[in-house]
Design a protein around this ligand. Structure first.
Ligand code: 13P
Ligand code: SF4
Length: 316
């Protein structure tokens, strides 16, 4: 583990003091930098972060992730102050589905149930019947009859994955994540030649040629859990490289190899949005109580129902 400099230690102390003063809880997604994961009170995948936010007693939540995660927390807890270290931390997948265009798509298929991935703006959630995350999408889609007419958005890769597993023909919005689409089947095959015993862990936002190489496909929390329980000693990981921090921490005797993006053999695949958050920005948002996540009240009201429906369906 890297040795902490006195400067980092001092920022961490400031964060802990400010957190106490503000009565705040710090939440972090697995793609955050290690220092933020380590100082967070709660760490998880999108599903866990939504579930925990809904039940927290604290008055202030700092969501270290991307903007839609802060919005989800604010929608579920309208009376709390939700802060985000950097309000520019967006999501290419959420951006691939502008609410006005999605509205037209939905209105042109009025007989369809609308299922949306949590990686969407509040405006898209407000047009949705049930929200899902990568951790529960398959199970929630399977609660609908086999012949149900479903619009699934915005991730075409997750949608294709569910269609292929369930034999359904959901109508897919043509969106994607720029990070996960960059993984290449060829590079993973090359890595497998060097590490023939390694198991391949793949996020369902990856393309079909990458998913076909997977020993396990699932959300960040599902992949972490699989790594904990598997007898394998080596893993090739095809999702944002931030997850390797928890994997290495929880399974120090195992080796985790980040799958590289298609345009490089050596580098990790990182989400530039997730990596906008730093310890300094986390400290400053607690100091300034800004940037604060705001969601239009009417949109939040409509977006809350499909999120609550997801939480209810995935607690059964
Ligand atoms: P998880 O729900 O698996 O944590 O994924 C969130 C995400 O943004 C994947 O790119
Ligand atoms: Fe969005 Fe992709 Fe980053 Fe996840 S990894 S937050 S889907 S841009």
């Amino acid at each position: 583990m890297a040795v902490e400099t006195p400067a980092v230690q001092s920022i961490k102390e400031e964060i802990l003091e400010l957190k106490k003063k503000r009565g705040a809880a710090i939440m972090a997604h697995y793609y955050q930098i290690p220092e933020i994961q380590d100082i967070a009170d709660y760490i998880g995948d999108s599903l866990a972060l939504a579930r925990i936010a809904a039940t927290l007693p604290d008055k202030v939540i700092v969501m270290c992730g991307v903007h839609f995660m802060g919005e989800t927390a604010k929608i579920l807890c309208p009376d709390k102050t939700v802060l985000e270290p950097d309000s520019d931390a967006g999501c290419s997948l959420a951006d691939s589905c502008p609410p006005e265009e999605f509205r037209k798509f939905v209105e042109s298929h009025p007989d369809h149930t609308v299922i949306s991935y949590v990686n969407t703006s509040a405006g898209v959630k407000a047009l949705t019947d049930v929200v899902v995350t990568s951790g529960n999408a398959l199970a929630i889609v399977e609660t609908f009859p086999k012949d149900a007419k479903i619009i699934f958005g915005p991730d075409r890769n997750l949608g294709n994955y569910i269609n292929s597993i369930t034999g359904r023909d959901m109508l897919l919005w043509d969106g994607s994540c720029h990070v996960h689409e960059k993984f290449s089947g060829e590079k993973i095959v090359d890595l497998k030649k060097q590490h023939p015993q390694a198991e391949v862990l793949v996020h369902p936002e990856c393309t079909a040629p990458v998913r076909l190489l997977a020993d396990k496909t699932g959300s960040t929390a599902v992949l972490l859990d699989y790594a904990r329980k598997s007898d394998a000693k080596e893993f090739i990981v095809a999702t944002e490289s931030g997850i390797l921090h928890q994997m290495c921490k929880e399974c120090p005797e195992k080796t985790f190899i980040p799958a590289p993006p298609s345009d490089s053999t050596y580098s990790c695949n990182e989400c530039a949005y997730m990596k906008l958050n730093t310890l300094e920005k986390l400290r400053d948002c607690l100091k300034n109580m800004a940037p604060e996540v705001e969601v239009d009240k009417e949109i939040a009201e409509r977006a809350r129902l499909p999120i609550e429906r997801m939480l209810e369906l995935s607690s059964r």
